[in-house]
Design a protein around this ligand. Structure first.
Ligand code: GLN
Length: 300
C-alpha cells in the first residue's frame, strides 16, 4: 500500500494524536464521530472498513471538521445535532448543547406525570427545545410552551418540535421568562434549566463550553439570578397544585431549595445526576398530586 494513502485506520490514528495534543477530552471517539458524519456510516463500519482509503472529497470535508474540533468547537455544533434520550435534536451556536444530566430531569418529570398525562407544561429558556419537546413526545396528551429570549434558539426549538411531531401541541415564543405570556395563562408544570454558572466562573470553563452562548450559561453573580426571578414571578403562573422542576449547578441545591420553600412550596426534593452531584430540584405544595409524586423519587 502506498505510504501517502489515507485509509480509515491511518487517519483515525493520526487524528487521535492530533486531538490529544489539542486537549480534546475524547480524541478517538470524536475522530470516529466526525469521520462517520463524513462517510455517512455507523461507527461499526469504520472497523469493518479499516483499510478503505478516503476519497479526495471525503478527505477535504474531514479535514475541515478536524480543524474545527481542534479549535475546540463541540462535536454537536460541527454535526449540527445532538442525541438526547431517544431523539436527535438540531443544535446550532444559538443553543446550548443538551446534556445527559438534562435527560434525567426529563425522565423524572415523565415519572411525575405517570398518573396525570394530560398536563400543561412551560419550559423557561428552552434553547433547542430538548426538554419541552421530549416531554411532549413522551406525553401525547400534554401541551406545552417553550420560551427563550434568543430568537435564534426559538427558531431551532420550533424546528425540533416539528421534527419530533409535536408542533401542534408545542408553542415556542421569544420571551424573557414570563414576559410575553398572556397574564391569565397557567401551567401544571414549570420546568427550567436556566443559566446557572456564576459570572466569575465563565472564563474558567472548558474551551468547548465557552463556545456555547454566554446567555445560556451566565446565571449572574452567584449563579442563582434566574431561580430568584422564576420563583418570584412563577407562583402566579403555576396552578396551585402544580410542579416546579429545575436543573441546578454544583453547590446550588441548598439555596434553590430555600427559594422554593420561601415561595410556599413545602414539598421539595433534590436528586443527583450520574456523577453523584445534586442536579435537580423539584418543588410543589405538600399533599398535592405532584408533592406526593416527587417524594417517591430516589435521591440518585
Ligand atoms: N450544564 C451546563 C454546564 O455546566 C450549564 C448549563 C446551564 O447553565 N444551565 O456546562
Amino acid at each position: 500500500m502506498q505510504q501517502n494513502v489515507w485509509t480509515i485506520l491511518k487517519i483515525l490514528n493520526w487524528t487521535k494524536q492530533y486531538f490529544s495534543r489539542k486537549g480534546v477530552e475524547n480524541p478517538r471517539l470524536d475522530a470516529e464521530l466526525l469521520l462517520c458524519a463524513v462517510l455517512h456510516c455507523e461507527r461499526i463500519r469504520l472497523y469493518t472498513d479499516f483499510d478503505k482509503p478516503l476519497e479526495p472529497s471525503e478527505l477535504a470535508r474531514y479535514r475541515e471538521y478536524v480543524a474545527r474540533r481542534a479549535a475546540r468547537e463541540p462535536v454537536a455544533y460541527i454535526l449540527g445535532k445532538k442525541g438526547f434520550l431517544q431523539y436527535e435534536f438540531k443544535v446550532t451556536k444559538d443553543t446550548l448543547v443538551p446534556r445527559p444530566e438534562t435527560e434525567l430531569l426529563v425522565e423524572h418529570i415523565l415519572a411525575a406525570c405517570a398518573d396525570r398525562p394530560s398536563c400543561r407544561i412551560l419550559d423557561l429558556g428552552c434553547g433547542s427545545g430538548a426538554i419541552v419537546v421530549s416531554l411532549l413526545a413522551g406525553l401525547p396528551q400534554a401541551e406545552g410552551i417553550g420560551v427563550d429570549i434568543s430568537e435564534g434558539a426559538a427558531a431551532v426549538a420550533r424546528e425540533n418540535a416539528a421534527k419530533m411531531g409535536v408542533a401542534d401541541r408545542c408553542r415556542i415564543l421569544v420571551s424573557d421568562l414570563f414576559e410575553a405570556l398572556p397574564q391569565e395563562m397557567r401551567f401544571d408544570i414549570i420546568v427550567s434549566n436556566p443559566p446557572y454558572i456564576p459570572t466569575g466562573d465563565l472564563a474558567g470553563l472548558q474551551a468547548e463550553v465557552r463556545m456555547e452562548p454566554a446567555g445560556a450559561l451566565d446565571g449572574g453573580k452567584d449563579g442563582l439570578a434566574f431561580y430568584r426571578r422564576i420563583l418570584q414571578q412563577g407562583p402566579d403562573r403555576l396552578e396551585s397544585d402544580g410542579l416546579f422542576a429545575f436543573e441546578i449547578g454544583i453547590g446550588q441545591a441548598h439555596a434553590v431549595t430555600q427559594l422554593c420553600r420561601r415561595a410556599g412550596y413545602t414539598s421539595v426534593k433534590v436528586c443527583r445526576d450520574y456523577g453523584h452531584i445534586e442536579r435537580m430540584v423539584f418543588a410543589a405544595k405538600e399533599g398535592t398530586y405532584y408533592g406526593n409524586k416527587i417524594m417517591e423519587f430516589k435521591e440518585e
